[in-house]
Write a protein that binds this ligand. Structure first.
Ligand SMILES: [Fe+2]
Length: 384
């Protein structure tokens, strides 16, 4: 099965944020966090000086459902014609949640269901503007929230929360700190590789995945290193991350993400780092189902005639992780044996119930979920 591809209007290029001047809506709700508000607040005020603008800047990392619900109430009261989510994945996901809650005032956040029509665009437009290069949230029909009661990260989806427009302005990511560049960039690479390896994609999503993988292997180390101040390097990573976002929004992800969600929920490690650490183990576990796709990825990287494509791709990811000062095991994240054991059953339960475990190219039994976690904690190559 391949899903119909929905792509927003994409404005890209240095200075493309300026495009906001030309939106004709009069009541504008900006969703962001306090840091981004400081960074771009003056510019936005200038673009919208003749309009009625409200800013919801309560977004936090790993946004809790309560922040989203409060934002939904804020939107319902203000009644915007245009909602703009500007920031990292958390700000964009919060904007999507608010767009949903505003568009369907009788529904609650957890009512969101991928199969139901909501006609959200009748109430307002949604524009998303990433200020990190990685999550791809600006293109996806999903959002991630943290359940306040359990701490678990929950994925929600509706094709109607894909925005009408996306602005990719590399000047917004030029000053991203190294750690954030690495964590968001690893998220993008993991998304591109999982999306390229899955069974739900099409030639259209694969074209985007393969180009994104090629660019990220080449330019992510530069963006995190000597090329950090080079707008062309930043633009390459920014666009590649967004391409992977378009693709995986339609072709899905897998166990690097479901294991990563659980690790992030339990130990509060940045999302991109958890999925990046898990990526080699996911590649190795999926070998029986994905080897042909790995050959396709390697060919795109001009690597051919390899005896064991799985081992090659996994080792390339490990080399990249080393270059990016990222550990190769869960233990390397600084999680003690005691914390690990205390959280283990919760991790297994969360992971086996995550939708991305269920759509992973190779079915993982509960026993295998346990084993993958144990191997990844110790840094052992998957051999089952
Ligand atoms: Fe991700």
């Amino acid at each position: 099965m391949s899903l119909p591809i929905r792509i927003p209007i994409i404005y890209s290029g240095v200075g493309s944020l300026e495009q906001l001047r030309y939106f004709t809506e009069k009541r504008i709700l900006i969703v962001t966090d306090k840091t981004i508000r400081q960074m771009v607040g003056d510019k936005l005020s200038d673009y919208f000086k003749d309009k009625e603008v409200k800013i919801y800047d309560e977004v936090e990392p790993d946004p809790k459902d309560t922040i989203m619900i409060k934002g939904g109430d804020f939107a319902r009261e203000f009644k915007p014609e245009l909602i703009i989510g500007i920031g990292g994945g958390s700000a964009m996901d919060t904007a999507k949640a608010m767009y949903f809650l505003y568009g369907q005032p009788s529904l609650k956040l957890y009512d969101m269901n991928v199969g139901i029509p909501y006609n959200l665009s009748e109430k307002s437009k949604l524009v998303l503007i990433p200020t990190t290069s990685g999550t791809g949230s600006e293109h996806t029909p999903g959002l991630v929230t943290t359940n306040t009661e359990t701490g678990q990260k929950i994925s929600l989806a509706s094709f109607e929360i894909v925005p009408q427009a996306v602005i990719l302005d590399p000047t917004l990511v030029l000053s991203m700190p190294k750690k954030l560049t690495i964590s968001t960039g690893l998220d993008a690479l993991t998304q591109a590789i999982e999306s390229a390896s899955g069974k739900m994609g099409s030639d259209f999503t694969q074209a985007l995945n393969l180009y994104a993988i090629k660019i990220l292997f080449e330019y992510l180390p530069k963006a995190a290193g000597e090329g950090a101040g080079d707008i062309n390097v930043r633009a390459k990573v920014h666009y590649a991350a967004s391409m992977a976002g378009i693709a995986f929004g339609h072709s899905g992800l897998g166990i690097a993400h479901s294991f990563g969600h659980a690790l992030g929920g339990a130990f509060h490690v940045p999302h991109g780092i958890t999925v990046g650490v898990m990526l080699p183990y996911a590649i190795e576990f999926n070998k029986p189902e994905c080897e042909e796709k790995y050959v396709e990825i390697l060919e795109c990287l001009k690597i051919t005639g390899i005896k064991d494509p799985t081992a090659k791709l996994s080792s390339m990811v490990k080399d990249l992780l080393k270059k990016l000062d990222t550990p190769l095991s869960i233990k390397g994240l600084g999680i003690s044996q005691k914390d690990w054991e205390q959280n283990f059953e919760k991790l297994v339960n969360w992971t086996k119930g995550d939708i991305l475990t269920l759509i992973n190219p190779r079915m993982a039994s509960e026993e295998q979920v346990r084993k993958i976690f144990q191997y990844a904690y110790e840094g052992k190559t998957i051999d089952f």
